[in-house]
Design a protein around this ligand. Structure first.
Ligand code: CMX
Length: 437
């Protein structure tokens, strides 16, 4: 057994015991009351999941195992002193709850490099069977499902593995799956946008650096950007659609591929991960309709008001939990100002940021008028030459694997039971409200 798995067992043992003690002694403890409004608004604010990997504060934003994004950028191992942290380090942190050493990170990098070689050829056949104009998320999700033929998880179930042991085949499956996602993403990218001229992985590179390399970008600048992108999109606690869907499907003891594919189907929705592509369409449509490349603040304001008047959302703005500017937006803006201060797209993003919060607030119904991660991520990628918008959600998905799949290992370590909330029909809710009168 490698030292990562060994350490995981040590770290997990007291936590599993604490959870079992909590559950056996306090199972009837009332956590909170739930209002009808919460049920009807998609369970917002209802505490009904246990997630250790990260926590989202409405004012402060995301913390991964207690660390904010600026802290992670200081603490996690990097390839160069002025570079971005390696996502392998964030994976370790989310899995273990401890900051990794450079050796831990190198070990994971090497493991992923080796495991990545194991993609069965039928996975590429499945991708190639789809029309090239199928959205890259369709190709990505189909490939993830096709890879499940390799899963040891189902086999473990068939030989009657005990509930307390499922974490092990889950860990193995997660390590395989995460290692292979950059190859799948880059394969789809080169297939759709670069005449199927595929590029082999470079085993000497790290996970995110390799993704940039296989997509066809070999500068240190793009590798640095890709590392940042892969770190900031990795997790957003347990209730967001991609994390919750992965967790829910996993609760039926589905293998990691089925579970992650479910999460990715959720990520492909325009209110979630697909918003990064939609932001680019919105910006381009605005430029086209106004007839200028560089719209003024006043023009953006008017266009935003028109978007709302048509009953459409302004993509990249608003959030179900956050009530301030998303720190993932801020860190990308800082990155852009440092490395590409004159990029025209970033200047437009800043101008949008100046006017859209007021426009949304004036409408009176949006709870959070501030930008989220997607308001800038596409413009940043595009400023570095990655202009093919439909790949953006796939890149989000590659990163999101780090958080939702480390939590899936913990789900099996904790031995969580199958998820099964209660539903009621409209009459039942009307009756309840009547009773309370
Ligand atoms: N533009 C226009 N209207 C918006 C809006 C926006 N950016 N954000 C919220 N609203 C509207 C909602 O549609 C809702 O309208 P109705 O009452 O008519 O249904 C109202 O304001 C209240 O919504 P809310 O409570 O503030 O926000 P929700 O929790 O319901 O939704 C989110 C959150 C992210 C889906 C929403 O803000 C949105 O649609 N934003 C644009 C899409 C986007 O950027 N999504 C990416 C989120 C981050 C991610 O997951 O990647």
């Amino acid at each position: 057994m490698d030292h990562i798995k060994q350490r995981l067992i040590e770290v997990a043992k007291p936590k599993i015991e604490a959870l079992h003690a909590l559950n056996s002694t306090h199972a009837n403890h009332v956590i909170q009351e739930v209002t009808l409004g919460q049920v009807l608004s998609g369970m917002k604010g209802v505490v009904s999941l246990m997630t250790d990997t990260s926590k989202l504060d409405p004012e402060e934003g995301i913390r991964f195992r207690g660390y904010s994004i600026p802290q992670l950028r200081d603490l996690l191992p990097k390839n160069t002193t002025d570079g971005e942290p390696l996502p392998e380090g964030l994976f370790y942190l989310m899995l273990m709850g401890e900051v990794p050493t450079k050796e831990d990170v190198n070990f994971i990098s090497q493991q992923w490099s080796v495991r990545a070689q194991g993609i069965p050829s039928h996975v590429f056949d499945v991708i190639n069977a789809l029309p090239k104009n199928a959205h890259p998320m369709i190709q990505f999700n189909s490939a993830i499902l096709a890879m499940s033929t390799e899963s040891q998880f189902r086999k473990a179930h068939l030989i009657g593995m005990g509930k307390d042991k499922y974490w092990d085949p889950m860990y193995e499956g997660v390590m395989d799956l995460v290692s292979r996602l950059p190859i799948i993403a880059a394969y789809i990218y080169r297939r759709v946008f670069h005449n199927e001229k595929h590029i082999d992985m470079d085993p000497s590179l790290d996970w995110a650096g390799n993704l940039a390399h296989m997509m066809g970008y070999d500068s240190e600048e793009v590798r640095r950007l890709m590392r940042l992108y892969m770190v900031i999109h990795a997790d957003h606690e347990g209730g967001n659609v991609s994390a919750h869907a992965t967790h829910l499907v996993g609760s039926a003891l589905s293998n990691p591929y089925y579970s992650f594919s479910a999460g990715m189907n959720g990520l492909a929705g325009p209110l979630h991960g697909m918003a990064n592509q939609d932001v680019m369409h919105w910006l381009n449509k605005m430029k086209r309709e106004i007839g200028v490349e560089n719209p003024s603040a006043e023009q953006i304001k008017r266009y935003s008001q028109e978007t709302l008047a048509k009953g459409q959302v302004i993509p990249g703005y608003g959030h179900a939990v956050l009530r301030k500017t998303d720190p993932r937006f801020t860190v990308q803006l800082e990155f852009a100002k440092k490395y590409i201060p004159n990029a025209p797209l970033i200047q437009i993003v800043e101008r949008v940021y100046e006017v859209v919060p007021d426009v949304l607030s004036a409408g009176g119904k949006v709870k959070n008028p501030w930008p989220n991660v997607d308001a800038i991520s596409g413009s940043l990628l595009s400023s570095y030459g990655i202009n093919e918008y439909p790949i953006y959600t796939v890149l989000f998905g590659v990163s999101r694997s780090l958080g939702v799949l480390t939590q899936l290992i913990w789900d099996r370590l904790y031995g969580f039971s199958i998820e099964r909330p209660k539903s009621q029909n409209l009459d039942w809710f009307i009756e309840q409200v009547g009773k309370n009168k």
